[in-house]
Design a protein around this ligand. Structure first.
Ligand SMILES: [Zn+2]
Length: 262
């Protein structure tokens, strides 16, 4: 009997075991840097800091773009940064934003899908790229009380989509990862460089993937101080051999291919 129990115990362990992801070039972890809402401080501070270390970020843009900023975003894309979809008007629940015009309560699934479709075309006009990733505005996966995750998947407008999360949002079980619900560490603002690096170290220890969600960098709102961001970038540059820093699309393309191979 004891033997039988041991056998089943071993069997369940084997079934539950997660296979460690093998990252390119013998790297031990993957970090993705994402920035939401098409903010000026990202153009002014985040992108120059990334460029100085030759690192690429993912920028989830809304239609808050104009003739001054569009050429700047186009130049960022030409350097290898990813421009991604964050809807045209950023609907959120009225409880999470003061502007009632874009209240998610009043939206239908059709209305948000039309915005995602139009924003895709807007982004195509900027960088000419055929494939897009997405971030849910205010990390809400429903509008008017209805989830649109399945509709988004069926539409094939979007390859992968990012949601929110906290410091525990480290992905290690890639088999179970839903590509349209990829968690991220949503920064609350005013984080120190050490706090940002602590998350990276946590991801390194796990051997998995960690995604940062920034808003303002050295300005705008939910602001990460420029100094903290710079400290993080310096750490990532210094540990280039061990840490793979990729755009959201590159990261998820790699994971999708790796899952298919097994
Ligand atoms: Zn947003």
């Amino acid at each position: 009997m004891k033997r039988l129990i041991l056998f089943f115990l071993l069997l369940s362990c084997a079934a539950g075991a997660q296979q460690k992801m093998i990252w390119p070039d013998h790297k031990t972890a993957l970090i993705v840097l994402t920035y939401d809402d098409a903010l000026d401080s990202q153009l002014k501070t985040a992108i120059p800091q990334l460029d100085s270390a030759n690192l690429k970020g993912t920028f989830f843009l809304t239609s808050e773009l104009n003739r001054i900023t569009i050429p700047k975003w186009r130049a960022a894309a030409a350097k290898g940064h990813e421009l991604a979809n964050h809807t045209l008007f950023h609907p959120c629940l009225i409880t999470t934003m003061s502007d009632s015009i874009n209240a998610a309560e009043k939206y239908t699934v059709h209305a948000i899908m039309r915005e995602i479709y139009t924003m895709n075309n807007f982004l195509y006009a900027i960088d000419g790229k055929p494939e897009r990733t997405y971030a849910y505005p205010c990390t809400e996966t429903a509008v008017g009380g209805v989830s649109y995750v399945d509709t988004l998947k069926k539409s094939t407008l979007i390859k992968y989509a990012r949601v929110g999360g906290d410091m525990d949002a480290v992905v290690t079980d890639f088999k179970k990862l839903n590509p349209l619900l990829v968690p991220s560490y949503g920064l609350g603002g005013n984080n120190t460089g050490d706090e940002l690096i602590a998350f990276v170290k946590k991801v390194e220890q796990s051997g998995g993937m960690g995604i940062f969600m920034f808003h303002g960098v050295g300005g705008d709102y939910i602001t990460t101080p420029a100094k903290s961001h710079k400290q993080l970038i310096a750490y990532l540059k210094e540990h280039k051999k061990e840490i793979w820093v990729a755009t959201f699309q590159q990261a998820m393309d790699y994971i999708t291919q790796a899952n298919k191979r097994e």
